[in-house]
Design a protein around this ligand. Structure first.
Ligand code: ADP
Length: 264
């Protein structure tokens, strides 16, 4: 049986009480990618804070064009932002969004959620969701994918071994409308914090991090290295202590993998 969450725009807007994020809400039962739909709306002049949410994505993406499984029951949403600050600092939004989703889950459901550099949400050592930033011109789309009410059997078998969902953890489906509203509220706070108190925001990311202090292997074009993840700069750059010295790793074209020498 496929359970369809009620994520209707009018229901989401009711009692949302945000100033920017979600002032304009678009719900679709199925889209190729909420980020793509949001980009189209942004190009047409959609205001800052416009939210696109879908019950299902037929061609969801991760970073570097990797496929993102988006079966019904998950939360697949994208937010259009038009930050006034320099584009070089927009990557901070990936950390802001990760913190927002993790804190909303913790507050609403009492489940401690972790983050993995640069953009993963992790629960019980498995991937619970992720954030995908896509910037163009004067706007940035913040995509959030969260395995909320998705059973493991709904994922391709290779993914089922490495992902988890809120329903899987709790044993019952969560209130997707309530959780989405909490996420949008926390995202609004985190967006403001990027400007007002970026250090506090990064601290919130750090305390949830499963990356820092670990032995990591960085894979990707020209940046391959191995060492201990020491810190994350305010702009999101990961600093790795390798045998030959410190390496600064920018998220755009690399991934982190478990290293055989994992340890603190
Ligand atoms: P990585 O975490 O490897 O850097 P991304 O953040 O770009 O990669 O996410 C894409 C990867 O996430 C896919 O290659 C796949 O392994 C995994 N994935 C796909 N769909 C989901 C999902 N719904 N939940 C968790 N992980 C997923």
């Amino acid at each position: 049986m496929t359970r369809q969450p009620v994520l209707d725009a009018a229901i989401l807007a009711q009692g949302l009480h945000t100033q920017i994020i979600g002032k304009s809400l678009h719900y679709f039962r199925r889209v190729e990618s909420t980020n793509d739909t949001a980009k189209t709306l942004a190009e047409q002049g959609a205001p800052e804070g416009t939210v696109v949410v879908a019950s299902e994505q037929s061609a969801g993406r991760g970073r570097l064009g990797r496929p993102w499984a988006s079966p019904p029951g998950g939360l697949w949403l994208s937010v259009i932002l038009r930050p006034s600050w320099p584009a070089a600092e927009w990557p901070r939004l990936a950390f802001a969004a990760s913190v927002a989703v993790a804190s909303a889950i913790e507050r609403s459901l009492g489940i401690p959620t972790q983050v993995k550099w640069p953009n993963d949400l992790v629960l019980d050592g498995r991937k619970l969701g992720g954030v995908l930033l896509e910037a163009a011109g004067s706007y940035v789309v913040v995509g959030i994918g969260l395995n909320a009410n998705v059973r493991l059997s709904a994922f391709p078998p290779d993914l089922a071994a490495v992902v988890t969902s809120l329903e899987e953890r709790l044993g019952y489906p969560v209130d997707l409308v309530g959780l989405t509203q909490e996420i949008l509220r926390d995202l609004e706070h985190a967006y403001q914090a990027v400007l007002d108190d970026p250090h506090a925001l990064m601290e919130q990311w750090r305390v949830r991090s499963i990356t820092l202090g670990r032995h990591v292997r960085v894979v990707g074009a020209g940046a391959a290295c191995e060492g201990v993840a020491e810190s994350v700069d305010a702009d999101g750059t990961l600093v790795v202590r390798t045998k030959t010295g410190l390496r600064r790793i920018v998220a755009s074209d690399v991934s982190l993998r478990e290293s055989p020498e994992v340890g603190r």
